[in-house]
Design a protein around this ligand. Sequence first.
Ligand SMILES: Cc1cc2nc3c(=O)[nH]c(=O)nc-3n(C[C@H](O)[C@H](O)[C@H](O)COP(=O)(O)O)c2cc1C
Length: 305
Amino acid sequence: MTPDLKVTIAGVEFANPIMTASGCCGYGEELAQMFPLKKLGALVTKSITQEPRLGHPPPRTAETSSGMLNAIGLANVGVDQFIVDKMPFLRSSGTRIIVNVAGSSLKEYVEVCARLNDCEGVDMVELNISCPNVDEGGMEFGSDPRLTEKVVSAARKVFSRPLIAKLSPNVTSIEKIAQAAEQGGADALSLINSLVGTAIDINTWRPRLTNNRGGLTGPAIKPVALAKVDAVFNCCRLPIIGIGGISCVEDVVEFILCGATAVEIGTALFVEPTVPVTIVDGLKKYLKRKKLSSITDLLGKVRKY
Ligand SMILES: Cc1cc2nc3c(=O)[nH]c(=O)nc-3n(C[C@H](O)[C@H](O)[C@H](O)COP(=O)(O)O)c2cc1C
């Protein structure tokens, strides 16, 4: 018997728990040249803002010995062009579509969510309240519990489908932020966004990113992400989407054991764009080997000391 990979979050069923992470495959067009997107549980888009944004000037990515730094600065086409130019393709892709939303003010989050509420094919919105690479907004909303609750409940009022709050690890207590998002009416949580970091060119003495700082991602952040998922799973009732350094089946199993219902894959896509397909196939083999009929049998089953 083939093990069942289906998972359900806030009443929405996903074919499997493997999603792409925001900002790591744009709006899906290029990834679709590598494999049929319907093989994914969901595609999460680049953060969408009200107006188009060019982002920071290059260099805006830098490789380090322990992960990737980026400070893209939320470059995106803006919500109007996204709906007209990008959604028709995404709607026909055969996978669930989660639109990531960012803003520099409460009003911007609300206006973008309201536009997306009228857009067919948007299965969920993921609120990016954790971007470390912008001057205004972003992480500010995700590092103060009162602001988190405020932005989530404001988005909740205008977006009638499930709402995910994406949390930052760059906070004193991710548990308090998670509880505030739950209080504000979030249906699920995704974590983690990138860890603030930097790197310096020793010849020019200049930072290797024009933004001076960026977000660290990739395998180096996985242990941090896993500990945050475990912490949030133990203090909050909302379903969790685990993110951070995932690049193989074993990583996914670790996240699910710690309490993630699904996962998003980011930096690993830059190394091997077909990695989600390899992981989906590997998960089936893992479940068979463990004689389990469903991926949900693993959820939160870590045997702690
Ligand atoms: C180049 C790049 C761009 C990103 N852009 C966004 C973004 O627009 N919105 C967002 O919420 N997260 C963004 N992220 C963060 C990822 O979605 C993810 O949370 C993070 O990379 C950790 O996962 P990973 O280690 O698998 O990459 C970006 C990450 C990278 C590497």
